[in-house]
Unconditional design. Sequence first.
Length: 129
Amino acid sequence: MTKTEQLSGRELDAAVAEEVMGRKGPFQRHDFLLLPYYSTDIAAAWLVREKLVDLGWGIALSDMRHSPNMDDPAWWWELDRYDRDEDTVVEDDEGNEHVIPTHYYKLDGSAPTAPEAICRAALAAVRAK
């Protein structure tokens, strides 16, 4: 089990607030009243999803709760990102220059709810580098 998978509830919300959304931590129990419920409220989780997109990540969510192939009802998340290196430029036959992606990241996982899946994806993304 990864460090991200060990977090739950308000501890997960605090980690998302600090590591993804840029709020200053660490947070104590009394600070939890001020934190959005990222891992349980889809509106708050959607702000996290928008932050991921702003950071250059593509995110896909799949509702796998009714899939016969899943052992546990879950939401599946998948992230991908290309990092481009400005020094890697190629020219095609017509003289057009193209920047070549030099690093490709693909991360995936699951969680029991869509908001939690978004939070786990976001933490995986910011911890990938």
